[in-house]
Design a protein around this ligand. Structure first.
Ligand code: NAI
Length: 727
């Protein structure tokens, strides 16, 4: 019988039943069919044998307490199978409700991650004790996968914390709390230091509360903070849609909207009805496209990327002990911090000791902030800082087993700094450059051991950005690629792997987004509308403000270098309409971007943006030049997606998962799409629909929207872009 394996019944002679979650077929417990069957059987047995039962403790035999909904099942839900999901979900909820109202104390002994469904199971218990380990994470991250907690999580968090706290602390952001912070925020009652203490505390609750009940089942219970029926609460209701708008920026994320609706509507009805309302909103999300996009990218693709689907096979993993960071500017300082945080010794070298010390100062600032906010201890911060040695002397790099170069973006200079240090570092040291645009193969020509040379492209700010783009040059060896991959994982970042090309994947593709925005200004479209289109498409940065940040002279420099390279190779350069706009901005108006205190925006003396430059309307805007808002958004999205397909055709990209993850984590492609190629998969009408729309855009706005052959071919065959599990 399933109950003996998926949920194991262990009863002691004092009448305490421990229900051990232990799915025999998976490494983590999930809400799959076996669990549903097992829970139903267990519930029947608890009711039948209640006279001999004194209390119930849920715990797990796995490393995680309970992982939540089975995403492999969820990603396959269609509108046709939605009813099945609705019925199955409701059955689990009704069984948990039967256990919670049995009249016996029910305790969750949370011995690892309890996220999503796991936390919902724990919420159905009267008392929650969490083990204080690094693996214990508690919360409802469903929103980050385009879903809502459909196992009673909305209904119970609202009744536990009140609507406002439930929404802001748990449901809308998907925050994952450690055991202590979960307790501070009222999500668990107690914290235990050891597994033994966890069970002792669980038992103590059973002993002390023989007739325990949930707060919401006690007479006179009211939802904390009131409900919409209460005039004082109702006066605050309009603040929620405003919070929502702030969170989604008007981009098409349906989950926050459904969460808000389920919470507010569910607060006004009885528990059972609230569960049904929650189920309806959950199933609507699960059957929709956005959750599929997000599950594909943020679960399956991310897992494939991080687990090394792209790491060469058969090479022993290696850890870096001491890294040389060359250049202590913005990037070098951030790279030094990230390495030291992961326990690696860092020698940070710049032209003068003063500059190197200044670079270390960045880590000092980050550490002080982390200590002040309680995110780390003074002791840990001191240890991190002690690992960073600033220097101006090449000799100090002796023994480094990896080098990460982050000096100015100049091939001759990069060659020079590698020559200075190649003979000093370990004889087999991995040699990495953080160039954002220069071809790796040409940079490698500056070193003796070209097989050990590789691109390691970080993103700014390094301490926050999760992605690193690894670039394999023509002569880079598999050993170097494997070691670079291991180094990126060692510092807890996500590595994508691409082949060498000008601008690689990320820099080249983000250039299309920016060019499209700038080109629209040149066509006379109202600049504020262009910014709004980017925001509502879901881009984290508005397009013209991003151009200003990067400085307008940078794309000119890259363009001139690329143009020269294309022409030297016998090709012809086809100019992008954005080029003329940038030339005018720089040459005619002297506006080079934020660093020059004037760009598409004006800037106040303190460097803050002070509105779009009114001159844009005067010099570029033309009445009657409006185009549909949808075209504006799709010109940006399509320009990036189409070039990504070209990069696959060219062999620069070799993995769909890398493209999806790299686009969202590195260059701000909107998360609701699930990444740049999943956007094509999920487009209305699939690949054929996307091809038809690209042709329409090409006709209206130029050849750059003509779909590449690979895309047309895949559309004709009825295929989609996919190389990791999932849909
Ligand atoms: P930066 O100008 O802030 O820093 C460069 C540092 O290199 C300066 O501290 C300079 O003193 C130092 N330097 C110059 N010559 C040196 C030498 N011979 N030996 C040691 N240090 C030397 O520049 P940033 O922004 O940190 O960029 C560095 C590299 O990272 C560039 O290749 C850039 O393309 C790349 N990159 C930049 C990104 C960004 O967002 N800024 C993103 C990704 C890559």
């Amino acid at each position: 019988m399933t109950e003996s394996t998926t949920i194991r019944w262990e009863q002691d002679d004092t009448g305490v039943v421990t229900l051990v979650l232990d799915d025999p077929n998976q490494s983590a417990n999930t809400m799959n069919q076996a669990f549903r069957d097992s829970l139903a059987a267990i519930t029947d047995r608890l009711e039948a044998e209640q006279d001999s039962i004194r209390g119930i403790i849920f715990t797990s035999a796995k490393k995680t307490f309970f992982a939540g909904g089975d995403l492999r099942d969820l990603i396959r839900v269609t509108p046709e199978t939605a009813q099945e999901l609705f019925d199955g979900g409701l059955a689990i909820k009704r069984n948990l409700r039967r256990i919670e109202t049995l009249g016996k104390p029910v305790v969750a002994a949370i011995n690892g991650a309890a996220l999503g469904g796991g936390f919902e199971l724990a919420l159905a218990c009267h008392h929650r004790v969490a083990l204080d380990t690094s693996g214990t994470k508690i919360g409802c991250p469903e929103v980050t996968l385009g879903l809502l907690p459909g196992g009673g999580g909305v209904v119970r968090t609202v009744r536990l914390l009140g609507i406002a706290d439930a929404l802001l602390k748990v449901l809308l952001q998907g925050t994952q709390y450690n055991a202590r912070r979960a307790q501070e925020n009222g999500l668990v009652h107690e914290v235990a230091a050891t597994p033994e203490e966890l069970l002792t505390k669980a038992r103590a609750f059973v002993d002390a509360n023989p007739e325990s009940q949930q707060p919401w089942d006690k007479p006179g219970y009211k939802i904390p903070g009131g409900t919409p029926a209460n005039p004082k609460f109702a006066a605050n209701l309009p603040a929620f849609p405003a919070t929502l708008r702030k969170q989604t920026n008007g981009a098409p994320y349906p989950a926050p909207r459904n969460i808000l609706a389920a919470a507010v509507e569910g607060a006004q009805v009885d528990f059972e009805t609230a569960q049904v309302i929650e189920a309806r909103y959950f199933v609507e999300l699960a059957a929709g496209q956005t959750s599929k996009n997000m599950i594909q990218a943020f679960f399956f693709d991310l897992q494939a990327v991080n687990s090394g689907a792209n790491r060469p096979k058969g090479i022993e993993p290696r850890q870096v002990r001491k890294v040389a960071v060359l250049g202590a500017g913005m990037m070098g300082a951030g790279i030094a911090y990230s390495c030291a945080r992961a326990g690696i010794d860092v020698v940070l070298k710049d032209v003068s000791l003063e500059s190197a010390v200044k670079g270390k100062g960045y880590s000092e600032k980050l550490c002080a902030k982390a200590v002040a906010k309680g995110r780390t201890s003074q002791e840990k911060a001191d240890a991190l800082l002690a690992r960073i040695t600033p220097t101006a002397e090449a000799a100090d790099l002796a023994g480094c087993d990896a080098v990460i170069e982050a000096v100015f973006e100049d091939t001759t200079l990069k060659h020079k700094v590698f020559q200075e240090i190649e003979a000093v570092v370990a004889p087999d040291a991995l040699l990495c450059s953080n160039t954002s645009t220069l071809p790796i193969t040409a940079l490698a020509e500056g070193v003796e051991r070209q097989t050990d040379f590789i691109g390691l492209h970080f993103f700014s700010p390094v301490d926050k950005m999760p992605l690193v783009e690894i670039i394999k040059g023509e002569r880079t060896g598999d050993e170097a690629l494997a070691r670079a991959f291991d180094l990126v994982r060692q510092i807890n970042k996500t590595p994508i792997v691409v082949n060498d090309s000008r601008g690689f994947f990320t820099s080249r593709v983000i250039g299309h987004f920016i060019n499209e925005g700038v080109a629209m200004v040149g066509e006379g479209i109202e600049p504020a509308s262009v910014e709004q289109a980017a925001a509502q498409a879901g881009y984290p940065a508005k397009v013209l403000s991003l151009m200003d940040e990067l400085t307008l002279t940078l794309p000119r420099k890259i363009r001139n270098e690329t143009k020269r390279a294309v022409e030297e190779a016998g090709g012809t350069w086809s100019a992008h309409p954005a080029e003329a706009v940038i030339d005018r901005m720089v040459d005619e108006f002297g506006r080079t971007g934020r660093s020059g205190a004037a760009g598409f925006y004006d800037y106040a003396e303190d460097g803050k943006r002070a509105g779009l430059w009114p001159g844009l309307r005067e010099h570029f805007t033309r009445p009657g030049s409006e185009i549909p808002f949808r075209d504006m958004q799709e010109r940006m999205l399509f320009s990036e997606a189409l070039d990504t397909v070209r990069l696959l055709e060219e062999g620069v990209l070799t993995s769909v998962a890398d493209a999806n993850i790299g686009s969202v984590f590195g260059i701000g492609f909107p998360g609701w799409t699930g990444g740049v190629l999943q956007y094509i998969n999920g487009y209305e009408g699939g690949l054929s629909g996307f091809v038809a729309r690209a042709r329409e855009l090409a006709e209206r706005y130029g050849d750059r929207f003509t779909p590449p052959a690979l895309l047309v071919e895949k559309a004709e065959k009825g295929e989609r872009f996919s190389d990791s599990a999932g849909s």
